[in-house]
Every structure is written in structure tokens, then in C-alpha cells.
Design a protein around this ligand. Structure first.
Ligand code: ADP
Length: 542
């Protein structure tokens, strides 16, 4: 077909052909469009499928400029894949919204959506209209969500015992992550961080108060929770003490330098005497500033600006620890945390305006020259910082993601302490409920219901497959057991613990997270089924 090709001539008069195929507007329509979307979505879902569960595989992602990410986190895998298919991008959005609202279950939601679309494709090929499929799925989803509500257990989230349910839940969520060998430590960090800022009356956790910072170096076990603020700074002079107690902090936005002598004329220094006069003047001014700081009772000076060696030396000589070049937002954080006021002029310093903290410590990192300041026991805020270490950037970054997920699980349980059981147990229960409802349906919906139930089965099957178990055998034996024992706790024994009782193993998922997965996956499926026309405009069309 030469209709896209035109003849042209270059400046030398030689003919050549321009083919405009790449810039052509593309259009897919009707069932063809729906089918091709489903296939695209399926291929994305199949990529993350193998990383579901505690035995899921990690993925290595290499960006165009060669940066490497190793992760097991569905949202991360998808967000770093360079997808050019529009429908595949919708799946990425899906896992992002699960991440934003719940923070966990980002792999599961994509696997479920992929399974729903697969099932939908079969129905469409049987001749059922996509909208009918979508409506049936919506109804089935309602039944599944109701079933989750019915079987959910309200667990005790009191923090009295050292092996609380919160801690166990946090551990479960870390089980599938790279950091799993230090998951006790990470789980404790997640629980401590959430409890430090949680408001149990309002059942809420202010995420703003939890900061997660990472620094390459050390090992992942060196990660720690800091009850306070971390500043990526050091004390301004190497001889200042590395550890200050009972800190009274002057938080200054005025520069530590003497004002220029007020002369009308340009400052001309031509003799040694004149220079000495100026030097004395400067020293006098410095001393005045230092006196003002000392009179206020401060023992630490936090400055937004820098100061020169001379000022630095005087601060040291006067027993003041100083920090310079603190960024505006960090200075503010420091002021809030220590209940101090930001002071713009030395003359404004008073005892009441000083920030207060129990200790300020300078952390050193091995042989590197990197240093950080830890400000703990601050007088005001509950703010905490999770400080993640890792021997390289990849490990540290995965540590941050893993901790974030388990903090989310703990937060979700503080918000709503109802849980359902993992390892595919809750999906199976829902699948059984939806299948039973299908038997009572007369119309086309029964097909959609059965398909929905089959999609739910994909979760335990995938978990089994990823753990080296036979998926079909596992599924059928679990289904039979759930039916006989009338129990919703039975799931896939991914780690070979010798029992399917997820309650005993304490493999739980917060109810709100599991519900959200079902709702989001169904919603996305509906959206894709409703699209029957895609027009991608050409890039250089004219
Ligand atoms: P997601 O990003 O969806 O959270 P994960 O890779 O963390 O994906 O896997 C979560 C799934 O693994 C859930 O279905 C959860 O119930 C299951 N799971 C986690 N730990 C276990 C375990 N110890 N035994 C069985 N299933 C588990």
C-alpha cells in the first residue's frame, strides 16, 4: 500500500520516498479493541504475578540510563516499566491507587484485575456483551465484599504484650520482602513509629509525623527509629563535643557576621592600624553576638546561614555547639519539634524562644566523612524518623519501600482493627460465596458470577504456584477443606509450616485493604470493558 508514501526531492534534486506510516492515526474499534486491551493488561499482570506472596520472586529493573532497582513491590515494578500501551498504564494507575489509599496489596490488586479481565475475555468470546459482563462482576463484587465483612475478625491491637498482634501483622507484611532476614527488627520499627504518632481516640495516624530517611552504608540491620529529627548536617567545628545533653537551641535566621561598619564612605584600609581597628570592631561585634546567645541560656546555635572560621572558633571557645547552613524547611521542622521560635535578630533572643531537646548527637558513618545530627527527646512533637541503612542504594531503597508497606499495615489496623486471613484464604471464602450465589441466578449473571469466582481463585493458585506447590491440587483441597470445616482461615501454606490455618500462622490482611483490592480491581475491569474505541492520534500528522 503506497498511499502513505510520497515522493520528494532533496536539495540536489535526487528523489526519495517519505513513508508516513509511523505518524498515522491508529484506531481500533468494538470487540477487537476490547480484546486487544485485555491481552495487553494480561501481559502486564503476568509480569507481576510471579512476585506475589512470601515466596514470590524479586524483579530487577534497569532504567534507560542504567539505574538498577531490585524489588518485589508490585507498584514499584509497574511504575518503572516503560509501558507504551494505554491499557497497561491503567494497571499501573490501579496499583498506585491501592498504594495511596492502603499502602499494601499492590501486587495482589493487579493480579486480581488481570484474572478478572482474563475471565471477561472468555465470556466475551462466548458472545456475552462486555457491559453485561461488567454489570455481573459488579454484583459479584458486592457479594464478595459482604462476605469479607461477615468473616472478618476484630483483633486486639493493644500494645501491652511485647508480641502484640500489630507486631505480628507487620512481620507478615515484611515476609515477602528482600529485608525478610531482618524482619523482626523492621516490624518493631514500623510498630514503634506508628505508635509514637498514633491517636487511638480518633483512630488515626498522622503520616506527616513519620519520616523515612535512608543513607547508604552499614547494613540493613543498622536501621533504627529515631524519636526526633534527623538533620543531614554536622557540628560546625570538629572539636565541638559530638554529644550534647539538655539542649537549649537558639534557632537563628540572622547571619553570624558583624554588620558592616556604618560609614558613609567606601571602606578604605591602607594602613596596618586601620586594619587592626576593623578587626577589633569585628571581634567586638562577634563577642556581642555570642554574649547575647549565652545570656539567653542557649548551648546550641542552629543557623540558617554560614559563618566564617573566626566566628566558628569563637563559638567553640565559648562552649557553644553550632550547626550552619540549615535549609529553611529543616529549620522549621527543628523549630516545631523543639518548640522553639525562629529568631531573626540576636537582640530578640530570650530564654523562652529557645528550642529544647534531650540530646543532640552527631552520627558518623564508618570511614566516610558523612555525618548526621540526631535530635532526640524533643519537647514538642511526636515526630519520628525511620532511618534506613543499607550496603548499597538498591538495598536501602527496597528497605524504605518495605518499611513503608509495613507501616501502612500497622496504620490500617489502628484505623480499623478488623482483619481477614491471608494466603488466599479470604479470596477462597469469597469465591465460594460468589459461586453459591451463582447457583441461585437464572439469567446471564450466573456466568459472570462463576467467572468472578474463578478470578478470585487465581490468588491462592498463584500463591501456590509461586511456592512450588501444585496450583490446582492446592486449590481444590483447600476449597473442600473450607467447605467441610466451614472455616475461612484456610489458605496456602506458602512457607511450608505444615498447616493451612492462617489464623494460627497469623497471616492476616487488614479488612479495609482486602476490600479495597476487590473494589479497585472490579472497577478497573469495568472501565476497560466499557472502552470500545481507542483513537491514538499520530505524532506528526498533517
Ligand atoms: P502485595 O504487594 O499484594 O502485598 P505480596 O507479595 O506482599 O503482595 O504478597 C501478599 C500475599 O501473600 C497476600 O495474599 C498474603 O496473604 C500472602 N502471604 C503473605 N505471607 C504469607 C504467608 N506466610 N503464608 C501464606 N501467604 C502469605
Amino acid at each position: 500500500d503506497m498511499s502513505n508514501a510520497i515522493m520528494a526531492q532533496d536539495e540536489m534534486g535526487r528523489p526519495f520516498i517519505i513513508v508516513r506510516d509511523q505518524g498515522k492515526k491508529q484506531r481500533k474499534h468494538g470487540l477487537e479493541a476490547t480484546k486487544s486491551h485485555i491481552l495487553a493488561a494480561r501481559s502486564v499482570a503476568s509480569i507481576v504475578k510471579t512476585s506475589l506472596g512470601p515466596r514470590g520472586l524479586d524483579k530487577i529493573l534497569i532504567s534507560q540510563d542504567g539505574d538498577i532497582t531490585i524489588t518485589n513491590d508490585g507498584a514499584t515494578i509497574l511504575s518503572q516499566m516503560d509501558l507504551d500501551n494505554e491499557i497497561a498504564k491503567l494497571l499501573v494507575e490501579l496499583s498506585k491507587s491501592q498504594d495511596d489509599e492502603i499502602g499494601d496489596g499492590t501486587t495482589g490488586v493487579v493480579v486480581l484485575a488481570g484474572a478478572l479481565l482474563d475471565q471477561a475475555l472468555e465470556l466475551i468470546e462466548k458472545g456475552i456483551h462486555p457491559i453485561k459482563v461488567a454489570n455481573g462482576f459488579d454484583e459479584a463484587c458486592k457479594i464478595a465484599v459482604q462476605q469479607l465483612d461477615d468473616v472478618a475478625d476484630d483483633i486486639n491491637i493493644s500494645t501491652e504484650s511485647s508480641d502484640s498482634n500489630l507486631l505480628k501483622a507487620a512481620k507478615t507484611s515484611l515476609g515477602s520482602k528482600i529485608v525478610s532476614k531482618s524482619h523482626d527488627h523492621f516490624a518493631q520499627m514500623a510498630v514503634d513509629a506508628v505508635l509514637a504518632v498514633a491517636d487511638f481516640e480518633r483512630k488515626d495516624v498522622d503520616f506527616e509525623l513519620i519520616k523515612i530517611e535512608k543513607k547508604v552504608g552499614g547494613s540493613i540491620e543498622d536501621s533504627s527509629l529515631i524519636r526526633g529529627v534527623l538533620l543531614d548536617k554536622d557540628f560546625s567545628h570538629p572539636q565541638m563535643p559530638k554529644h550534647v545533653e539538655d539542649c537549649r537551641i537558639a534557632i537563628l535566621t540572622c547571619p553570624f557576621e558583624p554588620p558592616k561598619p556604618k560609614t558613609k564612605h567606601k571602606l578604605d584600609i591602607s594602613t596596618v592600624e586601620e586594619f587592626k581597628v576593623l578587626q577589633e570592631y569585628e571581634q567586638k561585634k562577634f563577642q556581642e553576638m555570642i554574649d547575647q546567645v549565652k545570656e539567653s541560656g542557649a548551648n546550641v546555635v542552629a543557623c540558617q546561614w554560614g559563618f566564617d572560621d573566626e566566628a566558628n572558633h569563637l563559638l567553640l571557645a565559648n562552649g557553644l555547639n553550632a550547626i550552619r547552613w540549615i535549609g529553611g524547611s529543616e529549620l522549621e521542622l527543628l523549630a516545631i519539634a523543639t518548640n522553639g521560635r525562629i529568631v531573626p535578630r540576636f537582640e530578640d533572643l530570650t530564654a523562652e524562644k529557645l528550642g529544647r531537646a534531650g540530646t543532640i548527637k552527631e552520627l558518623e558513618f564508618g570511614t566516610t566523612r558523612d555525618r548526621m545530627l540526631v535530635i532526640e527527646d524533643c519537647s514538642n512533637t511526636k515526630a519520628v524518623t525511620c532511618f534506613i541503612r543499607g550496603s548499597n542504594e538498591m538495598i536501602a531503597a527496597e528497605g524504605v519501600r518495605a518499611l513503608h508497606d509495613s507501616i501502612c499495615v500497622v496504620r490500617n489496623l489502628v484505623r480499623d482493627s478488623r482483619v481477614v486471613y491471608g494466603g488466599g484464604a479470604s479470596e477462597l471464602t469469597c469465591s465460594i460465596a460468589v459461586s453459591e450465589a451463582a447457583d441461585k441466578q437464572k439469567g446471564i449473571d450466573q456466568y459472570a458470577f462463576r467467572a468472578f469466582a474463578a478470578a478470585l481463585d487465581t490468588i491462592p493458585m498463584t500463591l501456590a504456584e509461586n511456592s512450588g506447590l501444585d496450583p490446582i491440587e492446592t486449590l481444590s483441597s483447600l476449597k473442600a477443606k473450607q467447605a467441610i470445616e466451614k472455616s475461612s482461615y484456610l489458605g496456602v501454606d506458602c512457607l511450608g509450616k505444615g498447616t493451612n490455618d492462617m489464623k494460627e500462622l497469623f497471616v492476616v490482611d487488614p479488612l479495609i485493604g482486602k476490600k479495597q483490592q476487590l473494589l479497585l480491581a472490579t472497577q478497573l475491569t469495568r472501565m476497560i470493558l466499557k472502552i470500545n474505541d481507542v483513537i491514538i492520534s499520530g505524532k506528526d500528522e498533517y
